[in-house]
Design a protein around this ligand. Structure first.
Ligand code: CP
Length: 305
């Protein structure tokens, strides 16, 4: 946690920071209901739609005794009258102890953290970063694999616009991963993240094929949704939206310990028959978000349990 104790990017967190947060999340999972924030107000400002991130943050705050204010639709705020993001943040910081913000513009969270008198938690900024999703992803990987070290992590689908995979790559730099980037050319991992891996000697393989043989060596199969809202050309979206669909039959040769993760929401990329397969872990992963976000809120406020 840096910049006014804000959480803007996962890149700022050391291995020790990450492990501390995961151990805090373990404690919250054992005991999620604690009135340790009864004098705190948490603001949730969502300029973009959300189900899990907003509701798990609000549940996290409520289970810790905090009060929650905020909005789920900027159309009901004075931003429609021309109020700037700066003025909105300055106003909300008069009322709340911490601001959780999702915004459609890349860099909006960093800007908010720079000007805000209270800490800002980035709940997703455009196609850039989603650090709290990454922490719950790391918690899910840690719980299911018993370690974060030396894992083969397969990232599948929209690697161009998927902010969760970008944040996950950065976080895993501390843990000696091997990545497989499985995407069609149109949605390939951006050069900047491949350079990021090369500069840190993180091995990665790029593939376009997606089948049972390709994924047989995976420890984690991280599926992603093709992000319709980021396309300027909807014809291109139509061309690639169903390019990879994971079916239960494709998991027959998977390692017994392998888990399928997905930040959700899913559209077509995981068939419903996978839900009953023991490798499926995406609903538990979303539940882990509650505990990870309890840890993040407390850490941002300087509270350790
Ligand atoms: N994973 C995730 O960010 O989900 P929501 O968009 O529903 O918050």
């Amino acid at each position: 946690m840096k910049e006014n104790n804000s959480l803007v990017t996962i890149a700022n967190l050391s291995r020790e920071d990450i492990m501390h947060l995961l151990h805090q999340a373990e404690k919250f999972e054992r005991e999620p209901n604690r009135t340790i924030l009864s004098d705190k107000v948490v603001a949730t400002l969502f300029f973009e739609p959300s189900t899990r991130t907003r509701l798990s943050f609000e549940t996290a705050a409520n289970r810790l005794g905090a009060r929650v204010i905020g909005f789920t639709d900027p159309k009901v705020t004075s931003s429609t009258k021309g109020e700037t993001l700066k003025d909105t943040i300055m106003m909300v910081s008069n009322y709340a102890d911490v601001i959780v913000m999702r915004h459609y513009l890349e860099g909006a969270a960093r800007y908010a953290a720079e000007i805000s008198p209270v800490p800002v938690i980035n709940a997703g900024d455009g196609a850039n970063q989603h650090p709290t999703q990454t922490l719950l992803d790391l918690y899910s990987i840690y719980k299911t694999q018993g370690t974060l070290d030396n894992l083969h992590i397969y990232l599948v689908g929209d690697l161009k616009y998927g902010r969760t995979v970008h944040s996950l790559i950065m976080a895993m730099r501390h843990f000696n991963p091997t990545f497989h980037f499985i995407a069609p050319k149109e949605l390939a991992m951006p050069e900047e993240y491949k350079i990021y891996c090369q500069n840190r000697n993180i091995p990665f393989v790029e593939e376009e094929e997606f089948n049972a043989d390709i994924i047989a060596n995976a420890d984690i199969l991280y599926m992603t949704r093709v992000q319709r809202e980021r396309f300027t050309d909807l014809m291109e979206y139509e061309r690639v939206k169903d390019v990879y669909i994971l079916k239960a039959s494709m998991l027959k040769d998977a390692k017994p310990t392998m888990k399928v993760l997905h930040p959700l929401p899913r559209v077509n990329e995981i068939a419903y028959d996978v839900d009953d397969d023991p490798h499926a872990y995406y609903f538990q992963q979303a539940r882990n978000g509650l505990y990870a976000r309890q840890a993040i809120i407390c850490n941002t406020l300087g509270i350790t349990v």
